[in-house]
Write a protein that binds this ligand. Structure first.
Ligand code: DGY
Length: 323
């Protein structure tokens, strides 16, 4: 086989290059820590055969048509809302991705954010740093307890299921979910109940978002929906920031429509340091670290490399979005 060249749009874990080079590929990688500018990426892949990219790369219709010579594109993520899948399919470019690589890591962050938000942990920690911890306060610093509360999951796939299991096991929470399809396993194993979106929103004590960002879910958590939530409820989002309207979230928190929010994803990313959410007592924000464990990131690298290697060696992509 003529040697194929793979372009890596970011500095990925070394394992990706090791596996690809070990299988005889030439690997070229962007060498800066920040995302590659769109125009540069378009030019860089000109003489390459395959692209290994991630959620910070805009793989839109224009990019795909300019780079339609690419044999395969694979995504270093489970989400692929940065890629125009319809256009790729029209151009017959297979799109690989990395499902399940970060399931446990992301569920840990959702679970951690839920507890941290319920107990205002980030804000309390900041108080110490600001020199404002003066004494034990018998009536201050109060948070919420989670035992026996109702968890509402939007998007009960792998990560939603891992979050639901944590909440059931740790707090015996009742699990409600809204999803594109019924999840029989969740119903059997966790007693989870399928409900419509309005019921999910109005009945849950904690809403945890695990759906993909699509035209249907874009901004679905807006002022109308936040108003329908319980004033004592928590909003946790570890999926995509585009699922919530950030201005409406700020208003909802200010007005007491909801009690708190834990975000690993924001809209836009990165969040500006002067965002009012960062000063709120009942809000915990993280910089999109759901998959940031050594195990998950190596698995994401391995899955991407495998998608490319298998495509050229066997003619199939093990984890493909557009079969
Ligand atoms: C994903 O995989 O989609 C995460 O957001 C980043 O790992």
């Amino acid at each position: 086989m003529v040697q194929k060249t793979v372009f890596l749009s970011r500095i990925f874990p070394k394992l990706a290059t090791q596996l690809l080079e070990g299988a005889g590929f030439k690997v070229i990688s962007w060498d800066k820590e920040y995302p590659m500018p769109y125009e540069q990426l378009t030019k860089a892949v000109k003489d390459c055969d395959a692209l290994f990219c991630t959620l910070t790369d805009k793989i839109d219709s224009a990019f795909l048509n300019t780079c339609s010579h690419l044999d395969i594109i694979t995504q270093f993520a489970v989400g692929y809302d940065n890629i125009d899948i319809n256009e790729a399919t029209k151009l017959k470019i297979p799109i690989g991705y990395a499902p399940n690589a970060m399931t446990e890591a992301t569920a840990d962050v959702a679970f951690g954010l839920m507890i941290a938000t319920a107990r205002k942990m980030f804000f309390m920690n900041q108080k110490i740093k600001d020199g404002k911890w003066s004494h034990f306060d018998p009536i201050g610093h109060l948070g919420l307890e989670l035992k026996g509360k109702t968890l509402g999951i939007l998007g009960l796939g792998r990560i939603g299921m891992a979050m639901a299991k944590r909440c059931k096991g740790a707090y015996d929470m009742e699990i409600l979910y809204h999803n594109r399809s019924v999840n029989k396993r969740a119903e059997k194993e966790l007693g989870a109940g399928f409900v419509d979106f309005d019921t999910l929103v109005s009945q849950s004590d904690v809403i945890s978002v695990h759906c993909a960002l699509t035209p249907e879910t874009q901004g679905i958590f807006n002022k109308v929906v936040f108003k329908r939530m319980k004033p004592s409820s928590l909003f946790i989002n570890t999926a995509r920031g585009g699922v919530h309207n950030e201005k409406d979230l700020i208003d909802a928190l200010n007005k007491g429509n909801i009690w708190g929010a834990g975000l690993d994803v924001t809209n836009p990313e990165p969040m500006k340091p002067n965002n009012p959410l960062l000063l709120m007592e009942n809000v915990c924000v993280l910089p999109h670290i759901g998959s940031a464990t050594i195990t998950a990131r190596n698995e994401m690298a391995r899955m991407g490399a495998r998608n490319i290697i298998s495509f050229y060696e066997k003619g199939n992509v093990p984890n493909i979005v557009n079969p």
